[in-house]
Design a protein around this ligand. Structure first.
Ligand code: DQA
Length: 147
């Protein structure tokens, strides 16, 4: 089982800025946690972080032949990138949307995600646990599809 995790824009700053919202763990620390979880689940996890919309889109396109499922935190692009939404809809891989913060408890402009309608589900507000749960869920979903 091969899973691609894409962290979107500004997530490279985790643990350094807006700690009250996103927590004090760095991206590297969260990724280490996830790689440990992947070993536990005996799956292959590849993790990318991109600040550019186009890189995210290309990475989704390339996932088609190499991965069984995608976990994505599109960052601020969640709220307006029709292009990322179309890429996810286009490759037809099972995808889970993740947010560290509870986007529904924040500014109005974060309450709406253009990505949500094209993913299987969304996990929001649980900090790094959002990613861990998404990994467990996507592996479960992929294995169910394969049966
Ligand atoms: C975020 C929420 C977005 O609104 C914000 O722009 C981010 C991070 C989250 O993980 O909580 O960059 O996706």
């Amino acid at each position: 089982t091969n899973v691609l995790l894409i962290h979107g824009p500004n997530l490279n700053l985790l643990g350094k800025r807006e700690i009250d919202i996103y927590g004090n763990k760095t991206l590297e620390e969260i990724n280490d946690l996830l790689m440990g979880k992947a070993r536990e689940l005996k799956i292959n996890l590849e993790i990318k972080q991109y600040n550019c919309e186009g890189r995210i889109i290309e990475s989704i396109h390339q996932a088609r032949d190499r991965f069984d499922g995608i976990i994505i935190n599109p960052g601020a692009y969640s709220h307006y990138s029709i292009a990322i939404r179309d890429a996810i809809a286009g490759v037809k891989l099972p995808t889970i949307e993740v947010h560290l913060s509870n986007i529904y408890a924040r500014e109005d402009f974060r309450h709406f995600s253009v990505i949500s309608p094209v993913v299987i589900g969304q996990i929001s507000g649980l900090g790094e646990l959002s990613y861990i749960l998404a990994l467990e869920a996507i592996v479960n979903i992929i294995e169910t599809i394969k049966k």
